[in-house]
Design a protein around this ligand. Structure first.
Ligand SMILES: Cc1cc2nc3c(=O)[nH]c(=O)nc-3n(C[C@H](O)[C@H](O)[C@H](O)COP(=O)(O)O)c2cc1C
Length: 358
């Protein structure tokens, strides 16, 4: 395995990628500091309007001369009826009552509008000459890949199985982000059901590294240099870390989200579809415990997200974790509230101590 090829491809000093994390977490300060420290900072662009994405790219560029990346969500089909929304709302009523909130009418977005937004986001990446574009929930269409390649963009996409990694390689992308079942945040499964695509990195890295030629970047539960060394031994050329960077000083995560990572040592980070309609790993709280039985009565992404957003916000504002979506991976107890640069430097030193490199 060529240990340098990923670093050359991404033009970085260390094979450490700060995971894109939607929801205001990947501030310009976070992304630029990771890149300044020799890793690759990633802007989460998935839920941003194209012009907001452009502003964030420009703000980040003012803080670093190094490269960074932008991540987008591949649009997926969904089917949600008005009757299903009424049913889901009915089930969710106690969560609204807990904060004295009203259930406002929700109109599902038109598929064309989602496609249009995605296309405009791609235009921004190309116009702003961002070096790295990464994707989750699928693979871009052939013409979109061509557009990015003509602009010289390096393209990454997320896989949760070796079969998805093969599809990413066949589409001509440059590297695969391999998301193990340990990972915090939404599951990137796009070929099979997400429930059937839950393989731990211990098995997933060697299987995938044996089946694809492109570099494998491991993601999920990686919090320390020991984890990085293990991923390297298993066949990964780099790592993508979310939860570890969520806790750092420059991250835009809510303070409660940061502190709960280490304060909830014996509370698991579990998989649930309750918050957004798409399976995601989050710190178990009252909402997940009390509503899990109704999971199948909820609606699909992205509509479920709109239904639950009001009480998620209210929960955070009240300073209680009970109804908030606190995405986190299985290694959350190893989170450190230090600077982004401090974390990258510590990780590199720890990886070396574990007799590996990154
Ligand atoms: C709060 C949070 C938000 C996330 N948002 C995104 C996202 O917008 N796009 C994406 O590709 N992955 C997203 N992820 C998943 C990460 O890319 C990565 O797979 C995961 O963080 C790895 O597991 P770890 O959190 O244990 O390091 C998110 C993860 C977290 C924890």
């Amino acid at each position: 395995m060529d240990q340098q090829r990923l670093k050359v491809l991404l033009d970085i000093e260390h094979g450490i990628i700060q995971a894109p994390m939607a929801g205001g977490i990947t501030t310009a300060a976070l992304v630029s500091e990771v890149s300044n420290a020799g890793g690759l900072g990633m802007i989460a662009g998935g839920s941003l309007e194209p012009e907001a994405l452009r502003s964030l790219i420009r703000e980040t560029r003012q803080r670093t001369d190094r490269n960074f990346g932008v991540n987008l969500f591949i649009p997926r089909e969904f089917e949600v009826t008005d009757a299903a929304i009424v049913r889901a709302y009915e089930r969710l009523r106690p969560a609204f009552d807990a904060f004295g909130l009203e259930q406002k009418p929700v109109t599902p977005p038109a598929p064309e509008a989602i496609e249009e937004k995605f296309d405009a986001q791609l235009d921004v990446i190309i116009e702003e000459q961002v070096l790295v574009a990464s994707f989750i929930f699928g693979v871009p269409a052939d013409d979109q890949i061509t557009r990015l390649k003509e602009a010289g963009t390096v393209i990454l996409a997320t896989a949760t199985t070796a079969a998805e990694a093969l599809q990413i390689e066949t589409a001509g992308l440059d590297a695969v982000v391999l998301q193990g079942s340990e990972a915090g945040g939404h599951r990137g499964a796009f070929l099979g059901r997400s429930e059937d695509s839950l393989v731990g990195l211990m098995s997933l890295i060697p299987e995938t590294a044996a089946r694809v030629e492109i570099p494998v970047i491991a993601a999920g539960g990686i919090m320390t240099g020991r984890n990085i060394a293990a991923a390297r031994v298993l066949g990964a050329e780099g790592v993508q870390m979310g939860t570890a960077f969520l806790a750092v000083e420059e991250s835009g995560a809510h303070p409660m989200h940061k502190s709960i990572l280490t304060e909830s040592e014996d509370v698991p980070a579990v998989l649930t579809k309750l918050f957004t309609g798409r399976q995601a790993r989050a710190v178990k709280n009252r909402f997940i415990s009390e509503f899990s039985a109704y999971q199948e009565e909820m609606v699909e992404y992205p509509v479920q997200r709109s239904l639950t957003q009001p009480f998620q916000d209210a929960s955070k504002e009240s300073g209680a974790p009970d109804y908030a979506m606190l995405l986190a991976g299985e290694g959350k107890q190893f989170a450190r509230e230090i600077s982004a640069r401090g974390l990258v430097e510590a990780l590199v030193a720890e990886t070396k101590e574990s007799r590996s490199d990154i």
